[in-house]
Design a protein. Sequence first.
Length: 380
Amino acid sequence: MSHPAKLALADGTVFSGQGFGAVGETFGEVCFNTSMTGYQEILTDPSYNGQIVTMTYPLIGNYGINAEDVESGGLAIKGFVVRELCREPSNFRSQQSLDDYLRQHNVIGIEGIDTRALVRKLRVSGAMTGVLSTVDLDDASLVRKAQSAPTLVGRDLVQEVMPEAPCEWEQPLSDYLHDPTAPPSWEGDANADHPHVVAIDYGMKWNIPRHLRDMGCRVTVVPGTATTDEVLAHNPDGVFLSNGPGDPEPLTYAIDTIRGLIGKKPVFGICLGQQLLGLAFGGRTYKLKFGHRGANQPVLNMRTGQVEITSQNHGFAVDPDTLPDDVEVTHINLNDNTVEGIRHKTLPVFGVQYHPEASAGPHDSHYLFGEFREMMTKRE
């Protein structure tokens, strides 16, 4: 049964609609994603910790939810905003509705608002803090809460979504199909003939270790707080720096670890991993006005001249003017010319701001995993 809900922004704007999923109240940075499909992957991406996500595509939930397409063991997202919720999904893989899924994971959703107006406001004014509520429907009260709630800047959101202990990655799908609420099964792969990758998990999407395993790597996952010595103790052939939520600059422990790994092992970073890599090189990062979130971001590979259509989810970027002379920019975003890839000129260390493992897609950038594997085998 539907019930009223409201979304209030820190600038005083209030949107009224119908609630779905859980009941209650939440706050977060309100942002938007332009993907037409992949809402389940978006919901389960730990990088959205601390954020209320608005989908620009008007009808969401039409193909339901299934246990195969999740990208983590839970939902870190703070709220979900859609124009129209499909309450009767139709797909042979569907196992439950989006409404039931959000209710199961205690995430509040709102439908029936003008998402075009909301997205236009975010593009003009920038992503901003909002409060989503089904229990407090007083406009003035909600605006005051939004104005007093903390922003993303300066907060460490990684430690809320990273794993507690190191583990070996084993495809969790078989267990997950039987119980969508269960964590993945981690069983060691003792095959030493495979390149060994230590993946530092700052809020990693599961499709990343899937890709590493698919190309023949053994993967050990360690928490984002792992030190340089703890990473090197696993004797990896290469180190992967994962995606994750929020502002990279407060993560001094991660920056110190990465700085200690540069020059000792091949390193490949994605999204937050690239931002942390840039900081470890001595560069700086800054907050984008409304970020890049969607599956249609054009990126120029400056080494090949090719344009890749990419999946992205980030609100911060590396400042190219602060990078040292031995680090080059390899990819740029064709919408706003922001940095999308960096590489050390002499050491086997590189990163990209987008998601080459993209799930649900696109898949233009899968080659980057091959480049990482080649780095590791050359070093051997």
